[in-house]
Write a protein that binds this ligand. Structure first.
Ligand code: FEO
Ligand code: CA
Ligand code: CA
Length: 738
């Protein structure tokens, strides 16, 4: 969901709880230097060589590497298609020479006995259908015999996040015949559908010639919903903060929620980030008093955006006395934590891991990777004898970038284990979490979040007692070490050519010249943009930052800003710093995926700032590497006449041969979730929430829907817009992007 969306209840991506007095970068550099030297024992000797860049040679084999990745056999150094123009049409527009096909949409049956989707608000059984708001997605190949294959190009499983639902005033209105109930209490019949359209799906797909289809009756098909029992793994397993009526020992939980970005482990499993889960919970206005204001739980609840008395997104807690509804009320209501759901919210906010090939195995919550508004998980290329390294971001305004480094050292034999979730236990349940601090000179530090770091352990604001506490209240630990407040970290990706880690920073309406979120080197822009005559402020269009590490496990890094998103006609000294043109102007970069086969960086947008000019889009890029540009100075004039200057290291300017628009989606959609067949000849993306700005009051008048996609592309019954997976192929059968 975008953030400039006028829908009044669209506040859940706007979660805005980093009020920590963690000062911005310029003010703390010198203070930090001395503290760092005390606590950062793991600084690698290779750190000093970083600015020189990482050569192409050692890393040019795979992107996510391991069992799941194809060989980077034919890296593209040019983009062989003509840029697609901006579009406001209610269609998918793709580059000349390419074709698209709708493959798998909201409500499509996953079992042979589930009825076809009527798409009129009367459908039920969503735990046997595609969920809503398709988001991150990964490819898991199958050979002709239905066995896992890393080379198959014709048959596969897609593992797909179903992040959320199009809603207004509590109700997922396209799912209910008359738009549903927009006041409390919500009827159980409506809530049951909404509980089931969230989560994850696994769906089998197969190509017949150039046509792809999904298999409704495949035994591999799977839904994980908000209700599916899952296992807690890692440091927080058994924590007092995870004790619930459902799991008195804090080892189990139910469901996964608001799953956004994804990742693929080097041992070929699916990982998925739980993002904006806090808005789904409710606790009444007296809950702070009941728990006691100094209660660490209250601090945690506030820091994660769940204020006492604030309304929940859907009012699920109001639908009756059944446990599936009551669990969304996380007030301290009974005598102890074993008798209520005061801790239920603490069971969300993790990376979850799933074996896409085995629907019988429970999903595991990997608490070692920390608890925040998780997006994607990007694994550095695994090196035998070295730790596994995963880069992550926390998508809210002013939140942080994170890195996990495993305790176990990589054994290449683990890439092909018959029990890959046990391999996940080995690498993801024990390790060290870090948060990023960016310095103005183009270097940075990963700051350790553990009880071994005295700044965390002796933090006066929140008394951490264990690494379990840090895994659950990660944001508070990152506040304590003064990590850099970023402009909403979204997806990341590791460039297979260079090993550099890229992360989109989608936008930040709270970025100002001075103050708690004053501009700094890593988040240097704040400006005013006009959309249809209305002012938008802050970092309106977002940017993409990148990090280089000779050894990904090191605590030192170098960095620069790869790309400043902007409108082409914006001021080139303050806003359009990357020299974007009509062919590649963009706003709100969100999804970011490097093709394992071609090395192309695919950038997807979830924009609300430039949607007067164009719908959201997919662009292709051939990036260079950290350090290939120069420093830029931005000068801000304060009202009192004084100046603030920000120097920021940035990559080389863009041109249409290395960054161009490939596709534009239908009205009100976000483009997200990208994966490819290993030969790079079939690309799958998700069209999320077309028509989301349709007023709920117009549910009975299809002519007023702002989008009719994919029905207007010939897919499925009814006229209600649906999130869907599409497949893109080149008409001549060639490699996508070539
Ligand atoms: Fe689910 Fe941050 O986008
Ligand atoms: Ca504008
Ligand atoms: Ca996103």
């Amino acid at each position: 969901m975008n953030t400039s969306n006028p829908r009044p209840n669209d506040i859940f991506n706007e979660e805005d709880s980093n009020t920590s007095s963690n000062p911005h970068i310029d003010a703390v550099v010198s203070a930090r230097l001395s503290r760092r030297s005390m606590l950062l024992s793991g600084v690698g000797a290779a750190g000093g060589a970083l600015l020189g860049g990482i050569g192409l040679s050692g890393c040019a084999t795979s992107a996510t590497a391991g069992a799941g990745a194809a060989t980077l056999s034919a890296p593209l150094s040019t983009l062989g298609f003509a840029a697609v123009g901006k579009s406001l049409m209610d269609t998918v527009t793709v580059a000349d020479g390419y074709q698209t096909q709708v493959l798998y949409a909201l409500g499509d049956p996953l079992t042979a006995s589930t009825p076809a989707y009527k798409n009129d608000g009367t459908d039920t059984d969503f735990d046997k259908r595609a969920g809503d708001h398709h988001d991150g997605m990964e490819w898991f190949g199958l050979d002709a015999n239905g066995k896992p294959s890393t080379s198959s190009t014709q048959r596969a499983l897609l593992a797909i996040n179903h992040e959320a639902t199009t809603d207004e005033k509590l109700s997922s209105f396209f799912l209910h015949a008359n738009g549903g109930t927009s006041k409390l209490p919500r009827p159980a019949s409506e809530v049951d559908k909404e509980l089931a359209i969230h989560g994850v799906s696994v769906v089998e797909i197969e190509a017949k010639g150039s046509q792809w289809a999904y298999k409704a009756g495949s035994p591999f098909n799977r839904r994980v919903t908000t209700m599916t029992e899952v296992l807690v793994h890692g440091p927080a397993k058994g924590s007092e903060h995870l004790v619930t009526k459902f799991s008195p020992d804090g080892t189990r939980a139910r469901g996964t929620l608001n799953n956004c970005g994804t990742g693929k482990t080097p041992w070929n499993t699916f990982v998925s980030g739980e993002e904006n889960w806090s808005g789904y919970f409710y606790r009444d206005a007296k809950d702070d008093d009941r728990r006691g204001k100094k209660n660490p739980q209250v601090l945690g609840l506030d820091r994660y955006g769940r204020k006492a008395g604030a309304a929940s997104r859907h009012g699920w807690e109001s639908a009756g006395a059944g446990d599936s509804y009551v669990r969304w009320n996380n007030g301290a209501l009974a005598s102890d934590a074993k008798s209520d759901y005061r801790n239920e919210m603490n069971t969300f906010g993790y990376v979850v891991e799933m074996d896409a090939y085995n629907s019988r195995l429970a999903v595991r919550k990997r608490t070692g990777l920390g608890r925040f508004a998780h997006e994607s998980v990007s694994f550095a290329k695994p090196v035998p004898g070295q730790p596994i390294v995963a880069y992550m971001g926390d998508d809210s305004r002013g939140e942080y970038m994170y890195k996990f480094v495993s305790s176990a050292k990589w054994d290449a034999a683990d890439a092909h284990s018959a029990n890959p979730l046990d391999v996940g236990d080995k690498y993801l349940d024990k390790g060290t979490l870090y948060a990023a601090s960016f310095k103005a000179d183009g270097t940075g530090q990963w700051l350790e979040l553990s009880m071994a770091n005295p700044i965390v352990a002796a933090n006066p604001d929140f008394a951490f007692k264990s690494d379990a506490d840090i895994a659950i209240f990660t944001r508070l630990a990152a506040d304590a070490v003064n990590a850099t407040k970023m402009d909403r970290p979204e997806w990341g990706g590791v460039n297979p050519r260079t090993g550099d880690f890229y992360m989109t920073l989608t936008n930040n309406s709270n970025r100002t010249v001075d103050g708690e979120m004053g501009v700094d080197a890593a988040n240097p822009r704040t400006y005013t943009d006009l959309k249809a005559g209305k002012e938008q402020k802050g970092n309106v269009n977002g940017h993409i930052i990148r990090v280089a590490q000779a050894n990904p496990a090191d605590t030192k890094f170098t960095w620069d800003i790869y790309l400043f998103a902007s409108e082409a006609d914006a001021d080139k000294t303050r806003v359009n710093l990357s020299n974007l043109t009509d062919d590649n102007e963009l706003s709100a970069p969100d999804g970011l995926v490097f093709s394992p086969s071609t090395g192309v960086c695919w950038i997807q947008t979830d924009d609300g700032a430039m949607t007067d000019k164009t719908n959201c889009m997919l662009l292709a890029a051939i990036p260079g590497k950290v350090g290939d540009g120069s420093s830029k100075t931005l000068t801000y004039k304060r009202e009192d006449g004084s100046e603030k200057r920000v120097d920021t290291p940035m990559g080389k300017a863009q041109s249409a041969d290395i960054l161009k628009r490939f596709l534009v989606g239908p009205v009100n959609c976000e483009i997200t979730g990208l994966c490819e067949s290993p030969d790079g000849r079939a690309m799958f993306i998700n069209i999320q929430h077309p028509g989301e700005l349709t007023p709920m009051a117009d549910i009975g008048n299809p002519a007023k829907y702002t989008s009719h996609w994919p029905a207007n592309a010939g897919y499925g019954a009814g006229q209600r817009p649906r999130s869907a997976t599409i497949v893109i192929t080149k008409k001549d059968g060639g490699v996508i992007g070539s």
